[in-house]
Design a protein around this ligand. Structure first.
Ligand SMILES: Cc1ncc(COP(=O)(O)O)c(C=O)c1O
Length: 392
């Protein structure tokens, strides 16, 4: 029956089986392990790695499974694996599908810690990587080598809001039999479903819009059953599993994902439109502004522009500091995807480990401010940003 339901309904109604208590809200199975009726049942639970019996919460847990099942349905995937953080989802995916000597191609515009994995750790262990510019997807094909195993993108990217045509990249990956992995954290499945455009695996930092209230960390990867089975065995044995408590919070959060993303996007579009041409700013970026370089692609593959707006202060790094210090309501923190609007300065925080040249290559200029547009009344969000800009 759930197959016929709309995703907005599945986000609310998919859940573990009701217990004998007949609870209405979904239960939380906060248990490390599970028990058996007999020694024979226990022995059979261990006999097959993929058996559908709960053994231990590092392997599986009904609350975690509920969260996985929901994201799997919303992304249009076959199966999924949950992890303790978004970075655990990224790292586990790389470790499962790369073998020594393999090559990974990634957009250079990726989250700071993903960049660190690609540039610092993978080469140390004998993996090769190549970067391409999100604004030049025509350069991807020339980078593919016989040992290329993964092509990795974030779209929209953090924090540059670069967008890539998923269908175009998927066709290249299919031609060369390369695994196409997409970090869909900024859009969420409520806005964009990369599998529909040909992605093999989609991953998330559930810490962001999926939680939506800045409470817990989490990650998830969804995709084809055969791929997910390999990833599941990696996570089950190496241990970056999601806590059942966090899974319960995230699963409850999914009940409001679609309405939240609509309001985030509505507020973000209004803010971006308002700030365009502002005297203190040299640019404003939002996927649904006509001025966004990949606006046409955003219109094709995203149902709205999401909740992140960026702008460049004319006064550079000093203005960035003045702006943040002048804010009265917006939170100064580096998380995003919260009901509370957040301002951050990537050059001095999330991307501070990159060199100036590396930051410039991914569009992070000294005065770049990232606003995660929350669910407060848009008039209050604009008022606070306006008064802080006045002081710059
Ligand atoms: C696009 C993107 N991917 C991955 C991550 C990492 O997620 P986590 O902090 O849950 O490990 C982040 C965190 O900001 C992110 O923005």
């Amino acid at each position: 029956m759930s197959q016929q339901q709309q995703p907005q309904t599945q986000a609310i109604r998919l859940q573990t089986q009701k217990t004998a208590q007949m609870e209405h809200s979904t239960p939380l199975f906060l248990t490390s392990s599970f028990t058996y009726h007999s020694a024979e049942e226990m022995a059979s639970a261990f006999a097959d790695d993929s058996l559908d019996i709960n053994i231990y919460s590092r392997f599986s847990n009904p609350t975690v499974d509920e969260f996985i099942n929901k994201i799997t349905a919303l992304e249009g995937a076959e199966d999924g694996v949950a992890t303790g953080t978004g970075m655990a989802a990224v790292f586990s995916t790389f470790m499962t599908f790369l073998s020594k000597g393999d090559h990974i191609i990634s957009a250079s515009a990726v989250f700071g810690s993903t960049h660190t994995i690609l540039t610092k750790y993978l080469p140390k262990w004998g993996f090769e990587f190549s970067y391409f510019d999100m604004n030049q997807p025509e350069t991807i094909e020339a980078l593919i080598k016989p040992n290329t195993k993964i092509l990795y993108v974030e779209t929209p990217s953090n924090p540059g809001l670069d967008i890539i045509d998923l269908e175009y990249v998927a066709a290249i990956c299919k031609k060369y039999k390369v695994l196409f992995v997409v970090d869909n954290c900024f859009a969420t499945p409520a806005v964009q479903q990369p599998i529909k455009w040909g992605a093999d695996l989609v991953l998330h930092s559930a810490t962001k819009f999926i939680d939506g209230q800045g409470r817990v960390l989490g990650g998830v990867v969804v995709g084809r059953k055969d791929l997910i089975k390999e990833l599941y065995l990696f996570v089950r044995n190496t241990g970056p599993s999601l806590s059942p408590f966090n899974a319960w919070v995230l699963s409850k959060s999914l009940e409001t994902l679609y309405v939240r993303m609509d309001r985030h996007a509505e507020n973000a579009l209004e803010l971006a439109t308002h700030l365009q041409g502002h005297a203190k700013l040299s640019s404003v970026k939002y996927p649904m502004l006509l001025s966004h370089p990949q606006h046409a692609i955003a219109k094709k593959q995203m149902s709205n522009g999401g909740g992140i707006v960026t702008f460049e202060l004319k006064g550079g790094i000093e203005s960035g500091r003045t702006f943040l210090n002048a804010l009265q309501m917006l939170s100064m923190t580096n998380n995003l995807g919260d009901s509370r609007s957040i301002a951050s300065h990537p050059a001095s925080t999330t991307h501070s480990k990159l060199s100036d040249a590396e930051r410039a290559a991914v569009g992070i200029t000294p005065g770049l401010i990232r606003i995660s547009v929350g669910l407060e009344h848009i008039k209050d969000i604009i008022k606070d940003i306006e008064q802080a800009l006045e002081k710059c």
